[in-house]
Design a protein around this ligand. Structure first.
Ligand code: 5RP
Length: 253
């Protein structure tokens, strides 16, 4: 089921080049084809997932979808979904999610992901981890050989208490990869605060972690007191929809 080309019009000349946002929308609409009436849906966060949430709202409004329950992965997505009149719930009331749709910052050939540039990685991991099917939507620039935060940093959500201490412990775990650990800043230069009241440390790595070390690195990071969650989503995606200049590819696990 790898690499199946789909019916998206291919631009025949450079004057028809699609923008990144158009590619994101194409991937998002393709993912919403998986949505059926009566589903509990995990609603992702970010500029790609936003298109999917818009589309779900549109199909509900047109009566082409019915009885959908959405579980938003961030306060921002919650606001968007409310503005579209998508009925919302949470994991306490709906512990099993039929389908989640979300973007990613990096995707490797095994469909491991780096997520969290938008800072919503904890709720995303909880909701997408509770999903029977997790469809990831990206433009082709997100595809990498190894997920290692080299496109973006590898984000780690930590508690604010003594964050410098935790950031230094994190840097030391990743020292072998040439790591610089920086606290994420908000618009006014203050520490960025997640929806859960935590901070994010972005880990910039010089060296490739390689495929085999990912679980080990994940466990080492999660063992540190003060760490809440990291942005490596290992073995979670069931399908990745990749929109590129030459059309759409769908990769299944
Ligand atoms: C937010 C995320 C996003 O899904 C990821 O950052 C991709 O964002 P975008 O679609 O805007 O490129 O993980 O926490």
């Amino acid at each position: 089921s790898d690499n199946s080309p789909i019916d998206v019009p291919s631009p025949s000349s450079s004057s028809m080049t699609l923008t990144k946002d158009e590619l994101k929308r194409i991937a998002a609409y393709k993912a919403v084809d998986f949505v059926k009436s009566n589903m509990v849906l995990g609603l992702g966060t970010g500029s790609t997932a936003k298109h999917a949430v818009d589309r779900i709202g549109e199909l509900l409004r047109q009566g082409k979808l019915e009885n959908i329950v959405g579980i938003p992965t961030s306060k921002k997505t919650q606001e968007q979904a409310l503005s579209l009149n998508i009925p919302l719930s949470d994991l306490d009331a709906h512990p099993v999610v039929d389908l989640s749709i979300d973007g990613a910052d990096e995707v490797d050939p095994r469909l491991n992901l780096v997520k969290g540039r938008g800072g919503s990685l904890l709720r995303e991991k909880m909701i997408e981890g509770a999903s029977k099917k997790f469809v990831v939507i990206v433009d082709e620039s997100k595809m990498v050989k190894h997920i290692d935060g080299s496109k973006m940093a590898l984000p780690v959500e930590i508690v604010p208490f003594c964050w410098k201490f935790t950031a230094e412990r994190l840097r030391r775990v990743m020292e072998g990869y040439g790591c610089e650990a920086r606290i994420r800043l908000g618009e006014k230069g203050e520490a960025f605060v997640t929806d859960n009241g935590n901070y994010i440390v972005d880990m910039y790595l010089e060296k490739d972690m390689g495929d085999l070390n990912l679980r080990v690195v994940s466990d080492e990071i999660l063992r540190l007191p003060g760490v809440v969650e990291h942005g490596m989503f290992l073995d979670m995606a069931s399908t990745v929809i990749i929109a590129g200049e030459l059309g759409v590819k769908i990769k299944n696990k």
